[in-house]
Design a protein. Structure first.
Lengths: 397, 121
């Protein structure tokens, strides 16, 4: 006899079968998913931390087979120090309290090798809030860790190298400064001793010997000039130049410079034309350094202009600045050389450079000094026609 | 006879300035640093001191400060430096010296005329 009541109606049976099949598929899907994930170690632990399940990712990352690890305590993955510190137990406690705990640290494989792990332990509760165990998901981030570490060590190496370069640069500045000081003493002594002879302290000097001594004196003066240039550059490069800026009449600086240079200019039959207004024009400057910078430019203008040429000095207020222009009718600078004009030790060959003594330090220094004034120098030049240097500094009160 | 003290640590410059000064009718003493100069100043009143700035043992600035406590007559001081600017030079200038000369700028006759000017002033 067949109990037909247990037999479902045809339509019900189909419905049940479909539902049954769907449920299985979903579980299977989860099972397959978890078991086959290779990049994550995912496993279930009981409330005490004993391992209950094991996926492929866990086997791959930690080196234990399913058979070897089931029933073992998860503290097996931790270092001896972590175990001595009861870190595994503490992590479970935290997960129990707040639901999850995350950690990044070294973990150990079966073979004793370590890997950098990102670990998330999640506490699993049933509907009645009874702790059923923990899910542990571990990711191997060794590659990222290694990259980060090597980036960090490359970075600190770079920082060290930068410091070393800075040290080397400072000791270079110091060396130049020391060497220049040392060179200046004998050059100064030569100047004084030659001066004694040339100024007649030891009696008359025959003309032929005087001529040679004057050449010697000239050459020594050049040497002193170079050494002074080096010292000035070393001083400004090492940041030891501190300007004492105040509101000062730049026209006053120009007038006194022109007065100082009138002799030299006359000697070369050059003309100096000063095109500035009578009223004062205040710049925010360190008068001493500003004067030295303009002096350098005026000196260049005269040196690099043939005898009989003209030098024009102008001054004007432009917006919040005052601009002093020094224009010559000299050798000029070709466009391709303009950019290297302010470089250290750079001398640009021109029609007069074989006659003019220079160290290639002057304009470098001038540029730095005007820079310290928060100012700017611009150059406008045409080869064989002349050059204008415009020095722009913030205006004073 | 006017008394001059030359304070300079570089032997070659001491000797050279010595030759320049020997052409004039002055009594000249020499010291190679501020400390030695201070000792000399305890026993003799100098009319003029030619003073270098950067020297070992005791530099020019410290010497002027120490001399201030010692010297009631106030010797005149000409500072002779290598640098036209810098911390020491500016400090010395603020201590009430007569003149600041740049060693590599002046000639023997210029030095002598500066000395004469301050001795007669």
């Amino acid at each position: 006899m067949t109990d037909i009541t247990d037999r479902p109606a045809p339509h019900t049976k189909v419905a049940l079968q479909t539902e049954h099949k769907r449920t299985l598929t979903e579980l299977e899907r989860y099972k397959i998913l978890v078991e086959n994930v290779q990049d994550y170690a995912i496993f279930f632990m009981d409330p005490e931390g004993y391992i209950q399940t094991w996926n492929k990712g866990a086997e791959k990352n930690k080196g234990y087979t399913h058979k070897e690890i089931i029933g073992k305590h998860f503290s097996i993955f931790y270092s001896d120090q972590d175990n001595a510190d009861k870190k595994p137990e503490r992590e479970l406690e935290i997960a129990k309290k707040v639901g999850r705990v995350e950690d990044e640290d070294w973990r150990y494989r079966k073979d004793g090798s370590k890997f950098w792990a990102n670990v998330v332990i999640t506490a699993l509760y049933d509907e009645d809030q009874n702790l059923q165990g923990f899910a542990k998901v571990t990711r191997n981030l060794t590659e990222r860790k290694v990259n980060e570490d090597s980036l960090r060590s490359a970075n600190s190496l770079l920082q060290e190298q930068q410091k070393e370069l800075q040290r080397l640069n400072e000791s270079k500045d110091e060396f130049i400064s020391l060497a220049s000081h040392q060179l200046r003493t004998p050059a100064t002594a030569i100047k004084q001793l030659l001066g004694l002879i040339l100024e007649g302290f030891e009696g008359d000097v025959p003309q032929n010997i005087r001529r040679l001594l004057e050449k010697t004196y000239e050459s020594n003066e050049r040497q002193i000039g170079i050494v002074n240039g080096l010292l000035k550059v070393a001083q400004i490069d090492s940041g030891k130049v501190i300007l004492r800026k105040r509101s000062y009449d730049v026209n006053d600086v120009v007038h006194s410079l022109v007065k100082q240079y009138s002799g030299i200019i006359e000697e070369k039959s050059q003309t100096i034309s000063v095109e500035i207004h009578d009223e004062p024009l205040f710049g925010y400057i360190d008068e001493q350094y500003y004067r030295m910078a303009l002096e350098n430019l005026l000196d260049n203008a005269s040196k690099y202009t043939e005898n009989g040429g003209t030098i024009t000095i102008t001054s004007k207020a432009v917006d919040d600045t005052v601009v002093v222009g020094i224009t010559d009718t000299g050798v000029g600078i070709s466009p391709e050389n303009i950019h290297s004009l302010f470089m250290k030790f750079n001398r640009i060959p021109n029609d007069l450079s074989h006659k003019v003594a220079g160290s290639g330090l002057g304009l470098y220094w001038v540029d730095k000094v005007i820079d310290l004034h928060q100012g700017k120098i611009t150059v406008d030049s045409k080869l064989h026609e002349g050059t204008t240097f415009s020095v722009c500094v913030p205006k004073g009160m | 006879m006017r008394k001059i003290l030359l304070v300079e640590d570089e032997p070659i410059l001491r000797e050279t300035y010595g030759i320049i000064l020997s052409t004039q009718p002055y009594e000249t003493d020499y010291a190679e640093n501020g400390k030695d100069a201070l000792e000399l100043c305890k026993n003799k009143q100098y009319d003029l001191i030619l003073l270098d700035v950067m020297m070992p043992v005791m530099g020019g600035v410290e010497f002027i400060k120490s001399l201030d406590n010692l010297d009631e007559m106030k010797s005149k001081i000409i500072v002779m430096s290598n640098l036209s600017s810098g911390k020491e030079v500016e400090e010395a200038a603020q201590l009430g010296i007569q003149k600041h000369l740049l060693k590599s700028d002046i000639s023997p006759s210029q030095l002598i005329s500066e000395i004469r000017y301050y001795l007669e002033a």
